[in-house]
Design a binder for this molecule. Structure first.
Ligand SMILES: Nc1ncnc2c1ncn2[C@@H]1O[C@H](COP(=O)(O)OP(=O)(O)OP(=O)(O)O)[C@@H](O)[C@H]1O
Length: 239
């Protein structure tokens, strides 16, 4: 479970995030939309305890992120826009290494099963990741999350730059994790993918959460309309 209470981050006079209240339960996928600079990465960095809030609290599985940072890390898997893997190591070696850091030692067979579950083709298991596409690296990231048995998954624009097939596959992987009870927060610019997989959608602007919807209660068209209005974009009319 992910909870933030009045979470606020200031950089000098500039407020990057204002009084954010989020509540994401196990088995929910919350997609956070917003233009560049809206405060999405700031939110994720606060949940990861990479930066300190100016005020407010963040909780992961009931634990205060600031007070129990080390403990909360055990429950979190994080997939940034560009997941860093060791390029000269194979997919299996990367998975072994990163799950080892999390204190998990798995046999080769289990590592293979995890990569397979994450959708990586078996031919790629023993290849150095240097030549992996972004989609393939994301799959290794998912396998690491599976190995950790993460209860919370934080994703920062994971589908940007993926082709539609890879993005679709990635969405399906997230739906699998959702079924297993993971609480997922995904910052994204991808309205379509958000509508496809989210249980909840938030629209952020200027560090303020401006709108929140249950994904089942809004159409893609309406979502786009509200998003564009929130960002003060002029809509395109085809007449
Ligand atoms: N270390 C910092 N010092 C000063 N301002 C910062 C710092 N980090 C972020 N900001 C500012 O905070 C605001 C929110 O940034 P953030 O990275 O959270 O936006 P975002 O919604 O993730 O955008 P993007 O889609 O570009 O990733 C931006 O205006 C950014 O310039």
């Amino acid at each position: 479970m992910i909870i933030t209470k009045e979470l606020t981050k200031k950089y000098g006079d500039f407020t990057a995030l204002t009084n954010l209240n989020l509540h994401i339960n196990s088995g929910e996928i919350y997609c956070l939309l917003g233009a560049n600079g809206a405060g999405k990465s700031t939110t994720i960095n606060l949940l990861l305890n990479y930066i300190n809030p100016t005020s407010g609290q963040a909780y992961i599985n009931g634990m205060d992120v600031q007070k129990q940072g080390r403990e909360t890390k055990k429950y979190i898997a994080y997939i940034p826009e560009n997941l860093m893997l060791y390029p000269s190591l194979t997919a299996i070696e990367n998975l072994d290494y990163f799950s080892g850091i999390a204190g998990i030692k798995l046999q080769r067979k289990s590592l293979e099963e995890l990569l397979s579950k994450a959708g990586l083709q078996s031919e790629a298991f023993y290849k150095p990741t240097v030549a992996f596409s972004k989609g393939m690296r994301q799959k290794v990231g998912i396998a690491i999350a599976l190995a950790k048995q993460a209860k919370v998954l934080l994703l920062d624009e994971p589908t940007s730059g993926l082709d539609p097939k890879a993005s679709n596959e990635f969405g399906h992987l997230l739906l699998q994790l959702q079924k297993e009870g993971v609480a997922i927060l995904m910052a994204t610019h991808d309205l379509f993918r958000a509508k496809e997989i989210a249980t909840h959608i938030g629209i952020m602007k200027g560090g303020i959460l401006q709108h929140e919807f249950k994904a089942s209660e809004i159409t893609l068209q309406k979502l786009e309309e509200v998003y564009l209005q929130t960002m003060n974009y002029k809509e395109l009319h085809h007449d």
